[in-house]
Design a protein. Sequence first.
Length: 277
Amino acid sequence: MKAYRKEIIIIIIQVFMHCIFPVFAGPGDEMGLVVLLLLSTFVLSFLMGCFSRNKLKFTYPIVPALLFVLTIPIYYNASALIHAVWYLVLSALGVLIGSLMLLLKKLTFKTWIIVGIVILILGFSISFGRKENDLDKYSEEVGINISWGDVISEGDSHGGFHGDGTGMMVVHYTDSSLEPEMQESDKWNSFPLPEELEKVVYGKTEGNVTTGPYIVDAFDDMRIPEITKGYYYFKDRHSESTEPYDSSSILERHSFNFTILLYDCDTDLLYIIEEDT
């Protein structure tokens, strides 16, 4: 066992990164998690190539790919299976480069471990440190300043390699002060919602056929009420969309990628929803 100490340490770290580390990723950290897992896979594979003299190290890329496949039912969804190829290729590249570095024989195992840790810390900082105020982000997108509202409830079920899920936020404002800006903005429209968005948000029954709702209500404290007087903003983020602010074709696809904001003038509440399936 002592002869394979280095290989065992690397494999243990790889298992930790795939099986345990994702537990610590909070809502909104999905892309940072993916970047960090890919980066750690490359670094660990590189270290394996550098310090293992066993020819079996060239089979190591199977380990991160297999670990990813095994964790799909836990952290991802079935559509993520194809992405095991990325782990296989990236790991193979790391082992190859590391094996070439082995020929140089200039750095010790401990030195490379330190280098690997530093790279992971930098990757962690970049991936998880680039967080901005969500309301500031939405203000730029919707064309009016909504950053000063009080967030009274929020939740996000996005997760997995593709980041599928629903993100919802409820924001309170005072004195209907958003209404004048929405009236003047060409990005906002007054209620009622067009039929296709009504079906998406609330659902609609016509005869014996019920369509929607398609926004998954994963958060009991953030149900969207019926709004009679208000304004809405819609953006279709789907890759097949040719008119991002036109909702007419939203029900003609097999998946959703959209952002919708609903403002209730009677309660001064703004509902922000991001849906990705």
